[in-house]
Write a protein that binds this ligand. Structure first.
Ligand code: PLP
Length: 284
């Protein structure tokens, strides 16, 4: 059996799971989400993902529908029904169904979806990508993992139309993040990433990278970075739960550094793989 989803208390086949047209997620994009990678049937950084989900919910005044154990029960049910042992778990919570399409209409209870999908990249793959630089046109609460992703989608479409895999974003010349990722750059063997702020999503992968870098005597400095620092970087990579660490080898027409995947990107990628493995090897 595969592709079973959890919707509002029931386990259903994906194509048989339906939501009302009066759901505020459908009408207004009024909801939040999470994407949790699962390796060898084990959710990666589950607690951190659930903490961020609770933060997103609290920011939009929705009560968490489940505690950590309840989430784990439902997520494990989805995982065991899925055909592949590596997957991605998508959680979406909307404010629920209202009587009318009205901005302020009240709802009885949130709509909760847990849906599995394949991981975007192959397990442990290190794949270079190219990017373009764009003005960050999104709203001012990018720290909330909102399902209203129109800004991100327009940016991603623009990247695709220019044959790029990702859009790197700046606000008034300061780098924020990628349209679907956080950004790191390397200059003279030092690694930098923009600080947490309402203008970026606090990436779970970003935090893991900062944490494990210390074990390799690599310090990651969180500071504001300009567009010219990006173009001047020796190495650039983006991070996300779906792509882990993806080296960016070209930005617009400019080759990054010496071209190819840089040494620190390789070290960090292999450190990340080892970290994943160590969690799977340790008793749970
Ligand atoms: C805009 C944005 N920033 C950053 C990230 C990376 O976050 P995480 O590492 O938690 O997946 C994502 C992931 O989807 C994202 O969409």
């Amino acid at each position: 059996m595969s592709d079973i989803v959890f919707l509002n208390g029931s386990y259903l086949k994906k194509h048989e799971a339906n939501v009302s047209i009066l759901d505020r997620g459908f009408l207004f994009g009024d909801g939040v989400y999470e994407v949790i990678p699962v390796y060898h049937q084990t959710p990666f950084r589950l607690k951190e993902h659930l903490d961020r989900l609770n933060q997103s919910l609290s920011s939009i005044n929705i009560e968490p529908p489940f505690n950590e154990n309840e989430w784990l029960t439902h997520i494990n049910e989805i995982i065991t029904n899925y055909t592949d042992k590596h997957l991605s778990i998508y959680i979406q919570i909307t404010r629920g169904v209202s009587e009318l399409r009205d901005h302020l209409a009240s709802t009885q209870k949130p709509t909760v979806l847990i849906m599995p999908s394949p991981l975007t990249i192959k397990f442990s793959e290190l794949k270079p990508i190219n990017a373009i630089l764009l003005e960050d046109i999104r709203w001012q609460h990018c720290d909330i993992k909102s399902i209203s992703l129109l800004g991100n989608i327009l940016l991603k479409q623009e990247a695709l139309s220019q044959n790029a895999d990702e859009a790197l974003l700046h606000r008034n010349n300061l780098l924020t993040e990628g349209a679907t990722s956080n950004i790191f750059l390397v200059k003279n063997n030092q690694v930098f990433t923009p600080p947490k702020s309402p203008f970026i999503l606090s990436g779970i992968t970003r935090d893991v990278i900062i944490e494990i870098a210390q074990q390799y005597q690599i310090t990651i400095i969180e500071k504001e970075l300009t567009v010219s620092e990006l173009y001047d970087a020796d190495e650039v990579w983006v991070s996300s739960s779906s792509r882990e660490i993806s080296p960016v080898t070209q930005i617009n027409d400019k080759i990054v550094g010496q071209g190819g995947i840089g040494a620190i990107s390789k070290v960090m990628h292999s450190a990340f793989q080892q970290f994943k493995q160590s969690l799977l090897d340790s008793p749970r």
